[in-house]
Ligand binder design. Structure first.
Ligand SMILES: [Zn+2]
Length: 491
């Protein structure tokens, strides 16, 4: 029996999302990223004696949106706590967080294991907290400290230990990222640290229910690293147990360059932090009206939107997945479709046409140019106009590719480009017939082959006709005319 059939991994994730509020959690300092070190600070976020924190209402709005989106119970009363520890990048000597009374509890998200199987992953809690500063060790001087990030609002989303493989952890994290970006509360960028993930990992013999001793893996700063780090740690634990050892509860730091997770420090017990309710902050009271208003304002979430793209627009599951990863892209698709769909019966056909253009051309250019979709040079209206030109037979699919590239370069309406470049397709059967007659008359040998049953030579006639018509003939009409003319010679 293979070892990974003998053992079952048990994984829980703690995800920190940095919120897109304009100001910090408990003061009016800006949260802007990349400014001069130690410039976004004030007595409150530096923890000067006598200063008092004031809660940023947007922090509560944002955490509530997340809690409601994943079906959490919202606590009518929750409390901020101080998490005490000393570190140079934490001038206050404690971090404001929530401990015994978090604002959101008992939610869940669904992940798609494959085309048909879904799995529900429990969310234990979501709480509010503030970020710490940053120590800079890698400059050629003593350690430097930048406290701009002190007090930047975060939410921590703690999952149940429901994940059973690195793949499931990856899918769960992707879904969390999708939800926070759909809600507009976090930009979801893992590489830049707006989304951070720590994992609790243990293994047990399959069929048993007791949990094994867990370790905590930190510093997995990309989706790929999460999967790789978890695979590494699961294999390490299995090997250790197989060799007669025991797993020690500890924190490990993932080193992406060497592909190893190395011990950080022995796990602090919770009481080491001496959590206690923050005496400077009043409890947060959320009434039913507040939750109800936010619940009403929730956007359509990624899972339901994907399902609707399949059910209502008739798109293949694969298309629907790709098109709903990013809310901006899904909006782009729907706006294009709205600009196209005059006839409700044509809606499904239009949806597939839009999907093809977005998946192959729009997303290609977006990733090449590293553009957010909102800044994409081809507007939904222009893309719809171009698809309309293809549907009307004005331009061929091939011409459309040329028109599209020009639209990206110039931001012009496709009609303007078609006129300027003279890219109009000839669909007039009379004009095409004339050329076809010419081609048939000039290639007696190929005609004999065709009449003798060699169907491959048909492509030759299409090619010759298109060549004479400089590629502007409607290929569908060319095919029809050629078939008709050649087949009539058989009798
Ligand atoms: Zn401040």
């Amino acid at each position: 029996m293979k070892l990974n059939e003998k053992y079952e991994p048990v994984i829980g994730l703690e995800v920190h999302a940095q919120l897109l509020t304009r100001t910090k959690a408990f003061c009016g300092c800006s949260t802007e990223f990349g400014v001069e070190p130690n410039s976004n600070v004030c007595p409150v976020c530096l923890g000067m004696p006598g200063s008092l924190p004031v809660l940023n209402i947007n922090l509560v709005d944002f955490v509530l949106r997340m809690g409601l989106a994943v079906g959490c119970t919202i606590a009518p009363r929750s409390v901020f706590a101080r998490k005490n520890y000393f570190y140079p990048d934490l001038p206050k000597g404690y971090q404001i967080s929530q401990y015994e009374e978090p604002i959101c509890t008992h939610g869940s998200v669904e992940i798609d294991l494959d085309d048909t199987a879904r799995k529900t992953i429990g969310i234990t809690r979501i709480h509010m907290e503030e970020d710490a500063g940053k120590s800079i060790h890698d400059l050629d001087v003593d350690t430097l400290v930048d406290v701009n990030r002190c007090g930047v609002p975060l939410i921590e989303i703690v999952s149940e230990p429901d994940l059973r493989s690195p793949r499931e952890a990856y899918l769960y994290l992707s879904r969390i990222r999708q939800i926070v970006t759909y809600l507009g509360i976090c930009d979801g960028n893992m590489e830049e640290g707006s989304l951070r993930c720590d994992a609790n990992v243990s293994v047990r013999l399959r069929g048993t229910t007791a949990f094994g001793t867990k370790t905590e893996v930190k510093n997995m700063n990309s989706f790929r690293n999460v999967e790789r780090a978890l695979e590494y740690e699961i294999n390490r634990q299995i090997q250790l147990i197989e060799d007669g050892g025991t797993v020690v509860q500890e924190s490990l730091l993932w080193d992406a360059n060497q592909n190893v997770a190395l011990p950080m420090r022995s796990k602090e017990e919770a009481h080491d932090y001496r959590y206690f309710p923050d005496p400077d902050l009043v409890p947060v009271l959320v009434d039913e009206r507040w939750s109800a208003r936010l619940r009403e304002e929730l956007p359509e979430l990624p899972g339901p939107r994907r399902d609707r793209f399949v059910a209502e627009l008739g798109l293949p599951r694969y298309d629907a997945d790709v098109l709903t990863v990013d809310k901006g892209v899904a909006d782009y698709v729907e706006r294009t479709l709205a600009a196209l769909a005059a006839d409700p019966l044509a809606r499904r056909e239009n949806a597939k046409a839009v999907s093809n253009w977005v998946m192959t051309d729009v997303l290609r250019v977006v990733s090449e140019k590293k553009l957010p979709i909102a800044e994409f040079p081809v507007t939904p209206h222009h893309l719809a106009a171009m698809i309309g030109l293809i549907q009307k037979g004005t331009i061929s699919g091939k011409m459309a590719k040329e028109v599209f590239e020009e639209m990206v370069a110039t931001r012009e309406h496709p009609g303007v480009i078609v006129d300027r470049k003279g890219l109009v397709q000839v669909s007039d059967a009379g004009a095409i017939e004339k050329v076809v007659d010419e081609v048939i008359a000039g290639n007696a040998m190929q005609v004999q082959k065709y009449l003798g049953g060699n169907d491959k030579v048909f492509a030759f006639f299409v090619g010759e006709t298109m060549k004479i018509m400089k590629g502007k003939a409607n290929p569908k009409v060319v095919n029809e005319v050629l078939r008709r003319k050649l087949d009539s010679m058989k009798r």
